[in-house]
Design a protein around this ligand. Structure first.
Ligand code: TUI
Length: 326
């Protein structure tokens, strides 16, 4: 018998081959990317982001037509269209509903036909979600791109694992097989990966977005938006540096700051405007250096994770075999 990640609770519960979710990235994770990931054996996720209900419904129908594999929809709870999107995903009976940027408690009843997996940034919300009937939770650390909480993945995941009995999926800072192995060691049953899937061939972002992620080094992301209570991690560029300095400028009002941010993500994704766009991406950007198909990404990550955990101790260079004298 060989040890493997497959057929664990996440794989059997959701009907997928690999316990990996593709992050639901606003404006980025469309049906095309979700289909590719689900066809490759992961869980593809369509991000509703700020889109209205009819747009989300069209993406869901597109995915249903293209694949019989399960897929999920991520609803961003700060969206101006949240009520209508909540209704659409209930009507469409999607397999998995992921929630982000808030507490989905009031929708749980409406979504009873689907498996609900909320993103949590604290143990308190994780416990509340277990009580509310969530199938699992995603514990996302602040290494992640986009909207983030306070805690790191390393600190958050084991603490969440200790307070819930439902499966925990780790997210934030996972970009290769070592990250998967580490997540499992912290007690996770699966991983969610965003930034690496930005570089998937099937990801339809503007080529400048991919170029920026490929060029990024370890310290090239910054968390802005703390003053307004909604921190967002993005690549450093003119937009994010300006925004960051304006947060500390008392002559700028909160309304002005809010206005400055609006439309900036779309500007990055659709126009590829390297100066004025908000290129949301995680701290793991610095590790990523190639574009591949979604299938290659998943297979390469799990091959490496298996090597690290099950085959070669050589991958842990500081763990030595020693013969102690008797
Ligand atoms: O939601 C995300 N990441 C996102 S959403 C997004 S769209 C956006 N655009 C412009 C400005 C702001 C957002 C881009 N990236 N990740 C999931 C996530 N959820 N991370 C952290 C949380 C979270 C934080 C606090 C979830 C719940 C929470 O608690 C709320 C409560 O009421 O207890």
């Amino acid at each position: 018998m060989r040890k493997s990640f497959y057929n664990n609770i996440i794989c059997t519960g959701l009907g997928i081959k690999y316990p990996i979710f593709q992050g639901g990235m606003a404006w980025i994770s469309d049906a095309t990317l979700a289909i590719a990931v689900s066809e490759a054996g992961g869980l593809g996720i369509i991000a509703a982001g700020h889109a209205p209900g009819d747009v989300v419904r069209a993406e869901i129908r597109k995915a249903k037509e293209a694949t019989i594999a399960p897929f999920g929809v991520n609803i961003m709870l700060m969206s101006p269209h949240v009520e209508e999107v909540a209704q659409v995903i209930a009507e469409e009976k999607v397999d998995v509903i992921i929630t982000g940027a808030g507490n989905p408690g009031k929708y749980m009843k409406l979504w009873q036909g689907s498996k609900v997996i909320p993103v949590v940034a604290s143990t308190a919300l994780a416990k509340m979600m277990q009580r509310a009937g969530a199938f699992a939770v995603i514990a996302e650390g602040c290494e992640a791109g986009g909207h983030i909480g306070e805690l790191t993945t390393m600190a958050l995941v084991p603490q969440v694992c200790d307070v819930v009995d439902i499966p925990v999926i780790a997210a934030g800072g996972i970009g290769d097989g070592r990250g998967i192995a580490a997540a499992f060691m912290l007690g996770a049953s699966g991983v969610q990966v965003g930034t690496r899937f930005l570089l998937a061939d099937e990801c339809t972002v503007h080529p400048h977005y991919k170029e920026m992620v490929l060029k990024a080094n370890d310290i090239d992301t910054i968390a802005t938006g703390k003053r307004l209570g909604h921190p967002v991690r993005a690549l450093k560029n003119k937009f994010s540096r300006d925004y960051f300095s304006k947060e500390y400028d008392s002559s700028i009002s909160n309304e002005e700051l809010e206005a400055l941010g609006s439309g900036s993500l779309q500007c990055a994704v659709k126009d590829g405007d390297k100066m004025n766009g908000c290129f949301m991406a995680g701290q793991i950007s610095g590790l990523l250096n190639k574009e591949q198909s979604a299938k290659e990404i998943i297979e390469e990550m799990f091959t490496q994770a298996e090597e690290v955990l099950f085959t070669q101790q050589a991958n842990f260079p500081e763990i030595k075999t020693v013969n102690f004298p008797k």
